[in-house]
Design a protein around this ligand. Structure first.
Ligand code: PAF
Length: 277
């Protein structure tokens, strides 16, 4: 993979990388299309990364569909797909990881303590293999995007991180590979995530500036959905994820909710500047 990329780079071609775990949906395709517009070559990586899953998480049931993924990726403008095996990616005795020590302590990092170590490690390895100029990530994984920016900044990695908006189903549910695990009833209930974000956003637009109040508004909506179990709802500083007493700078309202074993996340950014206040 690296030889091929390095040759392209030597020929003056720019490379965009779209790291994925497969089970591609419109969210991924929007990243591939953006890369195809902005870069000469687009490499989609498809690798279900075992080290970003905790012991009781959904590694074994994570959706896999390589045949259709390749077709979708190429249809959206990818020029290559890199689908390494676990053995190619990890030595049986590998012992070096990328660990971030601030941003990864919040939100998803609280309930998934080794998750971001796995994500950063694999993404750095994928960058080393594909040697991209730019890498594309979706804002549904807002915390992951912040961590990517922090990693390239702190480790001087010459890759530009491009963050693109959440892509949603017609009813507002954020697209996720995990949505395909939802039962009919859970799928109906799952719209509560977007409803909760919308209700809190409306309160914010009407002048509410207390993060705890906005979290409470979101919570009451999610609690009405029978199959939903809240992991976290947090309204925090959008830049460093720290606690906010009052929204006087951009805030992130982020949530993670289980529908039985399926854990979904969503978020929105609340910007006081945009409100003219
Ligand atoms: O966002 C994902 O799908 C994964 O965390 C990533 C970035 C592909 C790393 O495995």
């Amino acid at each position: 993979m690296r030889e091929w990329s390095q040759k392209l780079r030597a020929d003056g071609r720019s490379i965009g990388c779209v790291p994925t775990m497969g089970a591609l949906h419109e969210g991924h395709l929007s990243l591939i299309r953006a890369s195809a517009r902005e870069c000469d070559e687009t490499i989609v990586t498809i690798f279900i990364n075992p080290i970003q899953f905790g012991p009781n998480e959904d590694l074994t049931t994570y959706p896999r569909d390589e045949g259709s993924d390749l077709e979708l990726a190429m249809g959206a403008g990818a020029t290559a797909a890199y689908c390494p095996s676990v053995e190619t990616m990890y030595q049986s005795d590998s012992s070096v990881y990328v660990v971030e020590e601030k941003l990864s302590k919040y939100l998803c990092g609280l309930s998934r303590p080794t998750h971001f170590r796995g994500v950063l490690t694999v993404v750095l390895k994928l960058f080393n293999a594909t040697v991209p100029d730019r890498a594309y990530f979706g804002l549904k994984d807002y915390q992951q995007m912040l961590l990517m920016n922090r990693m390239v900044r702190d480790l001087d990695i010459p890759v530009e991180i491009i963050a693109l908006p959440v892509i949603r189903e017609p009813d507002g549910l954020a697209m996720s590979s995990r949505n395909r695990h939802l039962t009919k009833e859970q799928r109906k209930d799952a719209i509560c995530l977007k409803n909760a974000l919308d209700a809190a956003t409306e309160a914010f637009q009407n002048g509410e500036r207390t993060p705890r109040e906005l979290e409470w508004i979101a919570r009451t909506i999610i609690e009405q959905a029978g199959s939903a179990r809240i992991d976290y709802i947090s309204c925090c500083d959008a830049e460093d994820l720290s606690t906010l007493a009052k929204i006087d700078r951009p805030a992130l309202l982020a949530l993670a909710v289980y529908f039985r074993d399926t854990r979904l996340i969503d978020n929105t950014v609340l910007s006081p500047e945009k409100e003219g206040q």
